[in-house]
Design a binder for this molecule. Structure first.
Ligand SMILES: O=C(O)c1cc(=O)[nH]c(=O)n1[C@@H]1O[C@H](COP(=O)(O)O)[C@@H](O)[C@H]1O
Length: 291
């Protein structure tokens, strides 16, 4: 039987080696234009490969947003397979930003697509939704664990229109009275604490997504209690969406040590000639944060 290294342990190693900046790979049509690349499968492939090249050795984590590849159908998927493969060969931890969610058996099929080591789309982690109930993601959490992969469950997002749903209060369950976002974070935390060897681990393998533009406490998320293993927290929304890097540590409070600061357009807009320097500068800024 082959042993797998837990995603939380691999994340800890990535933090130690390269810090906590994550480079988003989001080939928007306007960025392809600025990068003088065609808006096609070949264009997103070239874009993705160049971003991976610039990220390798400067950061430890990348996050391809698959929607921009899906726009080009099978050619986009072929491009994505290459980008995922190159990123993993370069030693980067790859978070596939796929945002999947459904009944349990279907989520597990998504898990096979994105987390199974034998899949052509294999990544180290994927983003998911638990809006069909925390129970609907239990199977994929187990699947991720056996593959040594990670999951990031969307909890409180960076877009302003999300608050009405994510701040809503649960009724008629064991988490009665908790907000949707709060229940997701505490559910993930409880899952990580219940794993074998949890006591020795710095980080769990299931994380949450909390936008840099929001204040977690306003979403009913407890940021005062220190939990171990720590919950990895994917933090998007810096720069283009108005989130400030310097606000993140105080806002995340006790969750801050798990923070993965992710930036897409704020780096990609530097263009093909400026991307490597932009990544290096942002990595220094992230490294200077008190988390
Ligand atoms: O899960 C995500 O990464 C995510 C969650 C969220 O709350 N907000 C959010 O913007 N994202 C993703 O993070 C990236 C943000 O892109 P930039 O605003 O260009 O840095 C996009 O790929 C979004 O899909």
């Amino acid at each position: 039987m082959t042993t797998v290294t837990a995603f939380g342990d691999r994340l800890e190693a990535a933090f130690a080696a390269r810090g906590r900046l994550c480079v988003g790979i989001d080939p928007h049509a306007w960025l392809l234009d600025e990068w003088r690349l065609p808006d096609s499968g070949a264009g997103v492939r070239e874009f993705g490969l160049r971003v991976v090249d610039a990220a390798a050795g400067r950061v430890g984590i990348v996050k391809p947003q698959v929607s921009f590849f899906e726009r080009h159908g099978s050619a986009g998927y072929a491009a994505l397979e290459r980008v995922l493969g190159l990123a993993r060969e370069a030693g980067l931890l790859v978070i596939a930003d796929v945002k999947r969610g459904d009944i349990g058996s279907t989520v597990e099929a998504y898990g096979q697509a994105w987390l199974s080591p034998s899949s052509p789309l294999a990544a180290d982690a994927m983003t998911i939704y638990a809006y069909q109930g925390l129970g609907s993601i239990e199977g994929v959490m187990r699947q991720a664990e056996s593959a040594g992969a990670g999951l990031f469950v969307v909890a409180a997002t960076s877009n302003p229109e999300a608050a009405a749903i994510q701040q809503a209060v649960l009724q008629g369950s064991s988490r009665e009275g908790a907000s949707v976002a709060g229940a997701i974070v505490s559910g993930v935390d409880a899952w990580n604490r219940g794993r074998d060897g949890a006591d020795e681990r710095a980080f769990g393998s299931v994380g949450v997504v909390l936008g840099a533009t929001i204040v977690p406490e306003e979403f009913g998320i407890d940021v005062s209690s220190d939990s171990r293993p720590r919950v990895p927290v994917l933090v998007p929304g810096i720069g283009f969406q108005g989130g400030e890097l310097r606000d993140v540590p105080a806002r995340l409070g006790s969750l801050a040590p798990g923070a993965i600061l992710t930036d897409s357009r704020g780096l990609l807009a530097a263009g093909p000639d400026g991307i490597a320097d932009a990544i290096a500068r942002r990595a220094d800024e992230v490294g200077a944060l008190d988390v």
